[in-house]
Design a protein around this ligand. Structure first.
Ligand SMILES: [Zn+2]
Length: 301
């Protein structure tokens, strides 16, 4: 079953899924601006209408505890939109870590993840269905980030719950995989995130060879890569046989990405990226894997 905010659902019900998004997010503790702050349920519901019409049924919401994740708001959005939302337990980059987290043991962190996956979050019965987005920094994996990665791996091994990660600018994915797999978890429970920020085919293949999954989850962030280049590289990975191990998304994390701010919000994958992939020769069956079957298999536990 897949643990969504309205309760467990069979994996067949997940449907087209955006695998790395933020609906309610607050990064002001570190960024000190109003940009990385999305809090209005009405605004988010309006933003989701278009992708719902385009067939998206589910969203993996990877806001962490230290991004001020708000599961009550996520439940309200899920109910109002009649879409599945899988919420997360996890901690983000080290600069976001609280004093408690900096001093916590790996077992202390495991206890938080375990509680949120099996009992509930913030005094609700809403359970996390994924551990994420577990992050590492631009210049490497810092000490406290390593602690969180190890805790995530241990609880994933114990519960079967998937892990989804943040590789800053796409970097240090191999090191994340090494730390995670070292704990003996199922590699297929791992999604290494933001791989489309660093379009290096050999790097992606080295990661995929470990049996984990990767995310092309920053579609439309063209300041890093053009979407045409994303599509070309994705096709190469499919040609190498990795169609069962890639998922897609946009990672909306700032107000300025929203349709209400004149941008494309949560729509790029469905509105044009799928067409770019078809132009590259990606088949309907392969698209169904990227959008439906891969997230469903990985999130099922
Ligand atoms: Zn994210």
């Amino acid at each position: 079953m897949i643990q969504a905010v309205r309760g467990s659902i069979p994996k067949e019900d997940l449907g087209i899924t955006m695998s790395h998004e933020h609906l309610i997010i607050d990064l002001r503790d570190v960024r000190k601006d109003n940009e990385s702050y999305i809090s209005d349920v009405d605004v988010v519901c309006e933003e989701l209408k278009t992708i719902k019409e385009l067939g998206v049924k589910s969203i993996v919401e990877l806001s962490t505890i230290d991004m001020h994740r708000d599961v009550k708001k996520l439940l309200e959005i899920s109910n109002r939109m009649d879409m599945h939302i899988v919420c997360a337990t996890g901690y983000y980059l080290q600069e976001y870590h609280s004093k408690w987290l900096l001093e916590a043991s790996i077992e202390d962190i495991c206890e938080v993840f375990r509680h949120e996956i099996t009992i509930g979050i913030d005094d609700t019965e809403i359970k996390a269905g994924v551990i994420g987005e577990i992050a590492s920094g631009y210049d490497g994996i810092r000490e406290n980030e390593k602690k969180v990665l190890i805790a995530a791996a241990r609880v994933s091994k114990e519960t079967g719950c998937a892990i989804s990660t943040h590789c800053d600018h796409g970097r240090y994915g191999e090191e994340q995989v090494e730390i995670l797999l070292n704990e003996g978890l199922n590699p297929d429970s791992v999604i290494i995130g933001h791989m489309d920020l660093l379009l290096d085919l050999d790097y992606h293949v080295r990661i995929l060879k470990q049996g984990v999954n990767i995310a092309f989850d920053t579609v439309s962030k063209t300041s890093y890569q053009s979407d045409e280049d994303r599509a070309k590289q994705l096709k190469q990975l499919l040609d190498l046989g990795y169609e069962d191990h890639i998922v897609l998304s946009q990672d909306v994390s700032r107000k300025s990405y929203l349709v209400s701010e004149g941008r494309l919000g949560y729509t790029p994958v469905m509105c044009y990226f799928v067409d770019l992939l078809k132009l590259e020769g990606v088949s309907e069956q392969q698209l169904e894997k990227l959008l439906i079957h891969n997230p469903a298999r990985i999130l099922d536990f």
